[in-house]
Ligand binder design. Structure first.
Ligand code: BDR
Ligand code: CA
Length: 311
C-alpha cells in the first residue's frame, strides 16, 4: 500500500476524501492526518478530522494540528460553502480522541525523514501552508517526497473564490508558489476535474442506500454541500473536489491530464492565486505538474460508493 499523509481542512469534501482513503487499506496506508486552516479555522478543521476518523472506526489515526494562518496573509474561510462548523449537514458526535502531540509541520518533516526516500506521498486537500512551511524549514525533505497529489487550481474553469482563483490556492498563494516550484513531482486535481465530479440525486441516493452510519453521513454532507453550488451556479449537484485526489491513488486510469508548466500568481490583486497553466505549451517553461482535466465520473462514483460500503 502507498504511504500517504493527508493534509486537510475538513470540509465535507475533505471528509469524504478521508473516508475513501481509510476504506482502501489495500492501496493506501494513512500515516497521519495534518489539519490546516482553510474552509474554517484550525480548531474546527483539526476537530472535524478526528470526527471523521472516529466515524470510520479508525480513532487511532493520528491527527496533528498545523498552521492557523497563511504564510503572508490573513486567513480567508468558506463558511458560505461548508457551514459554520465546516461539516454542516449530519449530526456527528464530538471526537473522544485528542489531537496527536506535535505540530503538523514537525510530523510531516519527521515522517519524511523516518521513511526511505521516495516512499511517502503527500495529499494536500486545503491551502498549502503546512506543506510549504515544512519545505521551507526542512528543504532536505523535498527530494524524499515520492510525489504530491493535490486538489487546487483551475484552468478552463477559472475561479470559485475570485473570478481568477480557486479557493485552496487563493488562500495561501505564497505557499502554493513554494510547493509548485519545489521540484517534487506534482499531480493536480483542478476545478476542471472536480466540476465534472458532481453528486447528482441518484449518486446521493446511492450513498444513502448503503444504510450505514457512513452512508447516511456522506449523503447528508453532500446534501448540505450541494446547496451552495446549486443556488449559485444551478449545477446538477455538489462538486466532490477532494476525493478526486484519493481516487487517483487507487484508479489513476479514471483521470486524464497533461504534464505541463503551472505557475502561481502572487502579485496581482486582480488575479491573485491564479494557477497559470500552460495547457497549450506555448512557453518554454519546464513542466512541473501533471495537471488533470478529465475524469470518468461514473467510474469515480462507483468506486467511491463501493469503498464507502466497506466502512
Ligand atoms: C476546495 O476548496 C474547499 O472549499 C474544498 O474543500 C476544496 O478543497 C475547492 O475549491
Ligand atoms: Ca478542502
Amino acid at each position: 500500500a502507498r504511504k500517504i499523509i493527508i493534509d486537510t481542512d475538513p470540509g465535507q469534501d475533505d471528509a469524504v476524501a478521508i473516508l475513501l482513503a481509510l476504506a482502501s487499506p489495500d492501496e493506501i496506508e494513512v500515516l497521519g492526518i495534518t489539519a490546516v486552516a482553510g474552509n474554517v479555522p484550525l480548531p474546527l478543521t483539526s476537530k472535524n478530522a478526528r470526527i471523521i476518523c472516529e466515524l470510520a472506526g479508525r480513532p487511532e489515526v493520528p491527527v496533528h494540528a498545523g498552521c492557523d494562518t497563511p504564510l503572508a496573509r490573513p486567513l480567508v474561510t468558506a463558511e458560505h460553502v461548508h457551514g459554520k462548523t465546516g461539516l454542516d449537514g449530519p449530526t456527528l458526535p464530538d471526537p473522544v480522541t485528542d489531537l496527536a502531540p506535535g505540530h503538523a509541520v514537525d510530523f510531516i518533516i519527521d515522517t519524511l525523514r523516518a521513511h526511505a526516500p521516495g516512499t511517502v506521498t503527500l495529499c494536500p486537500l486545503g491551502p498549502l501552508t503546512n506543506i510549504a512551511t515544512a519545505f521551507r524549514d526542512a528543504p532536505d525533505i523535498i527530494p524524499r517526497v515520492k510525489d504530491i497529489v493535490l486538489m487546487g487550481g483551475a484552468y478552463f474553469e477559472v475561479g470559485n473564490i475570485t473570478p481568477a482563483a480557486e479557493f485552496n490556492i487563493y488562500v495561501d498563494p505564497e505557499a502554493a508558489d513554494i510547493v509548485f516550484r519545489s521540484g517534487a513531482p506534482l499531480t493536480v486535481m483542478p476545478l476542471d476535474v472536480t466540476h465534472k465530479a458532481l453528486v447528482t440525486r441518484p449518486r446521493n441516493d446511492a450513498f444513502r442506500a448503503l444504510d450505514t452510519a457512513v452512508g447516511h453521513a456522506v449523503a447528508e454532507m453532500t446534501d448540505f454541500f450541494e446547496r451552495f453550488d446549486k443556488e449559485k451556479y444551478g449545477s446538477a449537484g455538489a462538486p466532490l473536489h477532494d476525493p478526486c485526489v484519493i481516487a487517483w491513488l487507487i484508479r489513476p486510469d479514471l483521470f486524464k491530464g497533461r504534464h505541463i508548466n503551472v505557475e502561481i500568481e502572487t502579485r496581482s490583486d486582480l488575479t491573485l492565486g491564479m494557477t497559470v497553466a500552460d495547457w497549450w505549451r506555448v512557453t518554454e517553461r519546464a513542466p512541473n505538474a501533471m495537471f488533470m482535466g478529465g475524469i470518468d465520473a461514473d467510474g469515480f462514483f462507483a468506486l467511491l460508493t463501493e469503498r464507502l460500503a466497506r466502512l
